[in-house]
Design a binder for this molecule. Structure first.
Ligand code: C2E
Ligand code: MG
Ligand code: MG
Ligand code: MG
Length: 288
């Protein structure tokens, strides 16, 4: 596994992206046995989801959840998504993984509904390759029907990079997701290259301030200013803001003073197993 990651890191660093077609990516992943590993992982239920709450101002006010994938490999132990998602993204394998995540999240929603829990949306992270594919919207609407779950209970997080690749196609797909009542967040906002005009043209709902800016927002004036600017930008584009990776009270206090209201991070809640989330969702929020 580490070998594959290293191989890819090197390829990427060589600035030869234009030679690196998805066809070649498929060949390489096959060659390294990565494709078989992923297929096995799906078949043998080695993947699981953990859920990290997003809160409104306070720990107790859970507004939503983000699903994060975990790979419990039989011999290599727990593999972090950082170590396999980017490899999977180079081929169509990511679509299989993303579809598994969507299915799992909606199945979880159905289970929680059946248990009578307070229902909040689950956001899934989707690869750009999947967003612009023909199959995403039909896959989602089919699964919403299968599990009898309303669209508002599913949300999508997407990183900035993809938004630039095929803006027209993104607009189309996002409009279809909107029609299903599914909200869309831009993940890791500020680390990509979204131009302001793209942000305006896309039917987005939320900007998630990247944790790299949150980390020192209370101690480095540059980071404070970046957070402030992103918050103001979101406000003028009528988007909501979520700060991610909030680890300390001073960070949360600074972000609150800049006008941020929704938080995600270890300071509030770590990603948790579904069973632990269920315990939190049996209680009503402090603020309705
Ligand atoms: P992301 O979507 O930006 O998720 C945030 C990451 O930060 C998660 O790492 C989360 O566990 C971690 N995190 C949350 N709060 C804190 C905090 O207070 N401090 C710090 N230091 N970290 C915090 P994770 O689960 O390892 O996921 C890493 C990335 O892998 C995600 O970044 C996302 O881009 C990708 N990913 C995770 N699950 C999936 C998935 O199901 N599908 C796809 N396509 N990508 C996924
Ligand atoms: Mg995310
Ligand atoms: Mg993020
Ligand atoms: Mg990230």
């Amino acid at each position: 596994q580490a070998d594959i990651a290293m191989y890819w890191a090197k390829e990427k660093g060589r600035d030869n992206a234009q030679f690196f077609t998805s066809e070649m990516a498929n060949i390489v992943t096959k060659k390294f046995g990565f494709e078989k590993e992923i297929n096995d992982a799906l078949a043998l239920a080695q993947f699981s989801l953990v859920y990290q709450p997003k809160v409104l101002m306070e720990k107790a006010n859970i507004l939503g959840l983000e699903a994060l994938i975990r790979w419990n490999h039989p011999t290599k132990g727990r593999i972090s998504p950082a170590d396999f998602i980017s490899i999977a993204e180079e081929s169509n394998l990511i679509i299989k993984i993303d579809e598994w995540v969507i299915d799992q999240a909606l199945q979880q929603q159905k289970a929680w509904r059946d248990q009578g829990l307070r229902m909040v949306p689950i956001a899934v992270n989707l690869s750009g390759r999947h967003l612009v594919s023909d199959s995403l919207v039909s896959y989602i609407s089919q699964k919403l029907e299968v599990y009898n779950v309303e669209g508002y209970l599913l949300e999508i997080e997407i990183t900035e990079g993809v938004l630039l690749q095929d803006i027209q196609r993104c607009i189309e797909v996002m409009a279809e997701l909107k029609a299903l009542d599914i909200k869309i967040s831009v993940d890791d906002f500020g680390t990509g290259y979204s131009s302001l005009s793209y942000l305006k043209r896309l039917p987005l709902d939320v900007l998630k301030i990247d944790q790299s800016f949150v980390e020192e927002c209370d101690s480095h004036i540059e980071d404070t200013k970046i957070c402030e600017t992103i918050i103001h930008l979101a406000r003028s584009l009528e988007l909501r803001i979520v700060a991610e990776g909030v680890e300390t009270a001073p960070q949360a206090d600074m972000l609150k003073s800049l006008g941020c209201e929704v938080f995600q991070g270890y300071y509030f809640h770590k990603p948790m197993e579904g069973a632990d989330i269920a315990k939190l969702l049996t209680v009503s929020p402090v603020i309705a």
